[in-house]
Design a protein around this ligand. Structure first.
Ligand code: NDP
Length: 612
C-alpha cells in the first residue's frame, strides 16, 4: 500500500528527489573549493569601516583578557564587571565592538531571531529594540552601548590579533603575544573568537581576472554603491550587478540590489527555504508594559521551545518556534524518548516533508515565472541549511530587471572573465560582483590552530586535544589553567546562540568570582572531572550521521563531508544549563586549585597598567 494515501504526497518520491538534488551538488573538492580572503585576496577581508591607528606595543598586566568583542566577549566583560572584576581588557581584530555585527553592514541586514530574545542585556542597558527583527545597525549600536555601559572601552584594544598564548607557571599567568608586537600578561584569558568570522570566496576560476568592482557582503563598499544599510544604493542606478550566493545574507541583500541596480543577476547554486518574516515595529504600549525580568523569561521560553522541551506557552510564536520539532535533532541531537526510534524518525521526516512542501508552495504563490519559481524551490530537509525568512526576497524575482541564474548543474559559477560571470556557455556582463558566499567555519580560535596555545610545560593545546577536545563543560582543560573557551564545543548549542553565550559568560564570571573569594591559586579542572565530562558527552551523543549524509552540501555538513553534526551536549541546552546551575551550587572543587605555595593569590590587585 502506498504511503502517500491521505498525505497528498509520496514520501518515497520526495526522498528520491532530495537525493538527486543532493547528488548534483556534491563536489569531490568539498571544503577546499573555497578560497581564503587572505594573501592576494586579502583586500576582501580588510576593515572598510575604521581606520587603523598605530600604537606602541603593550607590555602591561590585567586580571582578565577577553579575546573577542562580539556578544560573547561583551557578555563576559559585563558579567565580570557585575562580579566586581575591575581589570578587564577586551581585545578584537575589528575596529570596535560588535563582532559579526561590526563586520556585516550590508543593506537589508537584520537579525533573523526575534530581537527581544537575541539582543542581550536589554534590561541591564535599559533598551527595547525598535523592531521585532532589528536591523543590523541597531544591533551594532547596542553592542557599543553595552561596551559603554560596563566601561569595557577603558582597556580595550582593537585591530589586534592574538598570535600566541603561553602559560607562565612561575607567575601563574598567561603571556599574550599579538600581531601588534604586544607582550601582555593576564591572570585569566577568555577566548570568544566566534565561529563564522573569516569571509570566504568561491574558488571560481578566473576570479582574479575580473576588472570590474568586487567585494564581499561582510565588507560592504558604500563608497561604490552609495546608500546605507536602509538602502538607497544610488551608485548602482547605472550598474549591472551580480550577486553570488543565496544563503541568509543573499536573502537580505537581494531586495535592495533589485530595487537600486540597473540590472541584477542572482547566481544561485542551492535555494534557501524562505518562510514568512512578518517584521513589525515594537508596540510602545507593549514595551512600556514589560515587567522586570521580562527578557530572561522570554529568552528561557524561546530556548525551551526551540529545543523541543514541553512548554505551556510559546511567548515568541514565530517561524522558529513553529518548527521546533524539525530543529531539535539537528542542532542539539535531542530526541523524544517517549517514542520508539523508528516511529520517531518516520514522524519527524513526515513533519519535515509537510513543512518543506509549504515552503515550496509559497514560492509558487509569489513568483510569477514558473521556471524561475521551479529553480527557487529547495529540495532538502528543513535543517540541512539555515532556514531563511523574508517577505521581499522571492518578490524581487518578479521585477523585470532581476534574473535568477541557476548554477546547480555546473556546481556553481563556471568562471569569471575580465568583465563577466560565466555559467556553462552563458556569459553575464556586469560592472560589479558581490560575494554573499559566507564564512569559513572553524578557522578562528584555538581549534583551528590560528591561535596557538601553550599550557603547562609548553604543551600545545592541539597536542593535548590530538584525539579530540577534552574539557569540563566545554570551558576549560587540565594543563591549561585560567583559560576559558566560549562556544558550542562540549557545551550547548541553539539557533539563538547569544543565549548560550550569555549562560557561558555568567558561568565563567561566577567561577572567577569564586576563585577570587577563596584566594584559589588558579582555575583548572581535575583530570577526573574532565574525563567524566568527556564520557558524558560521548555517551549522551546521538547519531546524526544518516541525517547529514542525506543533506544537500553546505557548511552544516562541511560540504557533504562531515557525518557528525555536533560535539555539544546532546540532551540540549536546557538540560545543560540545569547541570551547570547545579554544579555552581557545589564547592567548585572540580576546578579551584587552592595550593598557594609561593604563588600570589588570585585576589592580588593586578591592575598596574595605565588607564586609557
Ligand atoms: P552561507 O554559507 O549560508 O551561503 C553562501 C552562499 O554562497 C550559498 O548560497 C552557496 O551555495 C553560495 N555559493 C558558494 N560558492 C558558490 C559558487 N561557487 N557558485 C555559486 N554560489 C556559491 O553564507 P551566508 O553569509 O548567507 O550566511 C552564513 C551564516 O551567517 C548563516 O547561516 C547564519 O547563521 C548567519 N547569518 C545570520 C543572519 C541573521 O540575520 N542573524 C543574516 C545573515 C547570515 P550552496 O548553498 O550551494 O553552497
Amino acid at each position: 500500500m502506498s504511503q502517500s494515501i491521505g498525505l497528498g504526497f509520496d514520501p518515497d518520491e520526495l526522498r528520491e528527489k532530495y537525493r538527486r538534488e543532493r547528488d548534483r551538488r556534491l563536489r569531490p573538492d568539498g571544503n577546499t573549493q573555497y578560497r581564503r580572503a587572505a594573501g592576494e585576496f586579502g583586500y576582501y577581508a580588510k576593515d572598510p569601516y575604521t581606520p587603523r591607528v598605530e600604537r606602541e606595543p603593550l607590555t602591561d598586566r590585567v586580571e582578565v583578557l577577553v579575546v573577542g568583542g562580539g556578544f560573547g566577549g561583551l557578555l563576559t566583560g559585563a558579567r565580570l564587571r557585575e562580579a566586581g572584576v575591575d581589570s578587564v581588557r577586551m581585545l578584537d581584530e575589528a575596529g570596535d565592538f560588535g563582532g559579526t555585527w561590526y563586520w556585516n553592514r550590508y543593506p537589508g541586514i537584520q537579525c533573523d531571531i526575534e530581537s527581544y530574545v537575541y539582543m542581550p542585556l536589554l534590561e541591564e542597558v535599559g533598551y527595547v529594540p525598535e523592531w521585532r527583527y532589528a536591523p543590523g545597525e541597531e544591533i551594532r549600536r547596542h553592542a557599543v552601548a553595552i561596551g559603554r555601559h560596563y566601561g569595557l572601552y577603558r582597556d580595550a584594544v582593537f585591530h589586534t590579533r592574538v598570535t600566541r598564548l603561553r602559560w607562565d607557571e612561575d607567575a601563574a599567568e598567561w603571556s599574550v603575544d599579538t600581531d601588534r608586537g604586544d607582550a601582555m600578561r593576564a591572570r585569566y584569558v577568555v577566548v570568544s573568537s566566534g565561529t563564522l568570522s573569516q569571509p570566504k570566496l568561491p574558488g571560481i576560476p578566473g576570479i582574479e581576472e575580473f576588472r570590474g568592482h568586487t567585494f564581499h557582503t561582510s565588507r560592504w563598499d558604500y563608497g561604490y554603491t552609495g546608500g546605507t544599510q536602509d538602502g538607497g544604493l544610488t551608485g548602482l542606478a547605472d550598474k549591472d550587478v551580480a550577486v553570488v550566493g543565496t544563503g541568509a545574507t543573499g536573502l537580505q541583500v537581494v531586495p535592495h540590489l533589485a530595487r537600486d541596480a540597473r540590472r541584477l543577476y542572482v547566481f544561485q547554486r542551492t535555494p534557501s527555504s524562505v518562510d514568512v518574516r512578518d517584521n513589525r515595529p515594537t508596540d510602545p504600549a507593549w514595551a512600556a508594559s514589560l515587567p522586570p525580568g521580562w527578557q530572561r523569561e522570554r529568552m528561557e521560553n524561546f530556548l525551551a521551545v526551540v529545543s523541543g522541551e514541553n512548554v505551556e506557552h510559546d511567548l515568541v510564536h514565530d517561524g522558529w518556534t513553529a518548527t521546533a520539532r524539525l530543529q531539535r535533532k539537528m542542532l542539539t541531537g535531542a530526541v523524544d524518548t517517549t517514542l520508539d526510534p523508528e516511529e520517531r524518525e518516520r514522524l519527524d521526516e513526515l513533519a519535515d516533508f509537510v513543512k518543506m512542501n509549504e515552503i515550496r508552495a509559497r514560492v509558487d504563490e509569489i513568483v510569477n515565472d514558473p521556471s524561475t519559481a521551479e529553480s527557487l524551490k529547495p529540495w532538502y530537509r528543513y535543517m540541512c541549511k539555515r532556514p531563511g525568512f523574508s517577505d521581499e526576497y522571492l518578490q524581487a524575482f518578479n521585477m523585470p530587471s532581476v534574473t535568477l541564474v541557476d548554477t546547480a548543474d555546473h556546481g556553481g559559477v563556471t568562471r569569471m572573465t575580465e568583465s563577466a560571470v560565466v555559467v556553462g556557455d552563458a556569459e553575464y556582463e556586469v560592472d560589479c560582483v558581490i560575494f554573499a558566499t559566507g564564512f569559513e567555519t572553524g578557522v578562528s580560535g584555538v581549534l583551528s590552530g590560528t591561535l596557538p596555545v601553550y599550557g603547562r610545560g609548553g604543551t600545545p593545546l592541539l597536542e593535548t586535544w590530538a584525539r579530540g577536545p577534552r574539557t569540563l563543560h566545554g570551558f576549560y582543560t587540565h594543563g591549561y589553567p585560567n583559560l576559558f573557551h566560549l562556544g558550542s564545543l562540549q557545551n550547548a548549542n541553539s539557533v539563538n546562540f547569544v543565549h548560550i553565550l550569555q549562560e557561558q559568560a555568567g558561568h565563567i564570571a561566577a567561577v572567577i568570582a569564586a576563585a577570587r573569594k577563596t584566594g584559589a591559586r588558579y582555575i583548572e579542572p581535575t583530570p577526573e572531572a574532565e574525563e567524566a565530562w568527556c564520557t558524558t558527552i560521548r555517551e549522551s551523543a546521538t547519531d546524526n550521521s544518516a541525517f547529514l549524509a542525506e543533506c544537500t552540501p553546505g557548511y552544516y555538513n562541511a560540504e557533504g563531508t562531515r557525518r557528525q553534526a555536533t560535539t555539544s551536549y546532546s540532551p540540549g541546552p536546557v538540560a545543560f544549563h540545569r547541570i551547570l546551575a547545579a554544579w555552581r551550587e557545589g564547592d567548585l572543587s572540580d576546578v579551584l586549585v587552592t595550593d598557594t605555595s609561593g604563588i600570589p593569590a588570585a585576589t592580588t590587585n593586578l591592575h598596574d597598567h595605565e588607564e586609557g
